[in-house]
Write a protein that binds this ligand. Structure first.
Ligand code: GLU
Length: 298
């Protein structure tokens, strides 16, 4: 009995996470995300976890990770449990990829970025509309999807460089229930219908950096028992892909809250190179953690 109650309590405890990528310094947009996650977790007496999304080994560095931890400490934020570093869990992501491959839902994609660009340019030059994903990137061409299994096997054995992509149509055909998520953020609220097909055949595993953001983020959210995903509106549409992967891999669906973005003075999205909105730069000019809260409108 006591054990049952304990399990129920654990399940009910809210868990939030801040999940920065150490490929640049934290800016005001990250501060808003981190503070919101922290405050929402505190309001629910839940946990606030920190995950370092460092699978892009070409761009993430230990120095940038250290700077992120310093910035968070300076902001006055602590977190529950150890930091989870994605680079330390590649075998876990690979196992999920292997499962999708075994279920004929993923295929090796041999075209380089340059190949895709050339195909898209050629099509658009003759007036054909090439489908693009919600971030504006062209969908991956169809030819590798239909490649004969023997040819695939031979090319892989020969060491042909390839990524792994989700066969979106095959994946959607497996989904038996309406795909939706519960949103409490600042754009739309309520049950939001997911539209993963808008993304085309997304990358699951890269040729140049292992795993992909989409695959690892859904696995980690499940593994860490995340109940609430609070992140910027720039990831709103990606949630469609995350819901699809969660259903395909049998993972639970957290609640989602996509918050407004902090914009630069010129109205554009802040980028990693936005020096003057960087937390370290603001700290150096004498700003206090309370000033940061005010600056991001909390
Ligand atoms: N690592 C992502 C970023 O820094 C955030 C991922 C997420 O919150 O789902 O933009």
């Amino acid at each position: 009995m006591a054990e049952e109650i304990m399990i129920a309590d654990i399940r009910q405890k809210s868990r939030f996470r801040f999940a920065p990528s150490p490929n640049g310094a934290l800016h005001l947009g990250h501060a808003l995300s981190a503070l919101l996650n922290h405050d929402m977790a505190a309001a629910e007496q839940g946990d606030f976890l920190l995950r370092i999304e460092d699978i892009d080994i070409n761009r993430c560095t230990p120095e940038l990770e250290r700077a992120i931890l310093d910035d968070l400490h300076w902001l006055g934020l602590g977190w529950d449990g150890p930091v989870r570093r994605q680079s330390e869990h590649l075998a876990h992501y690979r196992a999920a990829l292997d499962r999708l491959i075994a279920e004929d839902l993923a295929y090796p994609a041999f075209l380089t970025r340059g190949d895709v660009k050339a195909q898209v340019a050629a099509a658009e030059q003759v007036g054909a509309a090439w489908p693009r994903d919600p971030d504006g990137a062209p969908h991956y061409p169809g030819e590798d999807r239909g490649l004969d299994a023997n040819v695939r096997g031979r090319r892989i054995a020969a060491g042909d460089r390839h990524a792994w992509r989700l066969d979106m149509q095959a994946a959607l055909a497996r989904i038996k229930q309406p795909l939706a998520w519960t949103e409490s953020g600042e754009a739309e609220r309520g049950e939001i219908e997911a539209d993963p097909s808008a993304w085309g055949d997304i990358v699951l595993w890269r040729a140049d950096a292992p795993s992909s953001y989409h695959l690892s983020v859904v696995l980690d959210d499940a593994l860490q028992g995340i109940t609430h995903v609070v992140r910027g509106l720039d990831l709103y549409h990606a949630t469609s892909v995350h819901r699809l992967l969660q259903v395909l891999l049998g993972l639970p669906a957290p609640l989602y809250h996509h918050h407004r973005l902090v914009l630069a003075d010129d109205g554009r999205k802040l980028s990693k190179s936005n020096g003057d909105a960087g937390l370290a730069a603001l700290r150096d000019t004498g700003a206090s953690p309370l000033d940061i809260r005010r600056l991001v409108g909390l």
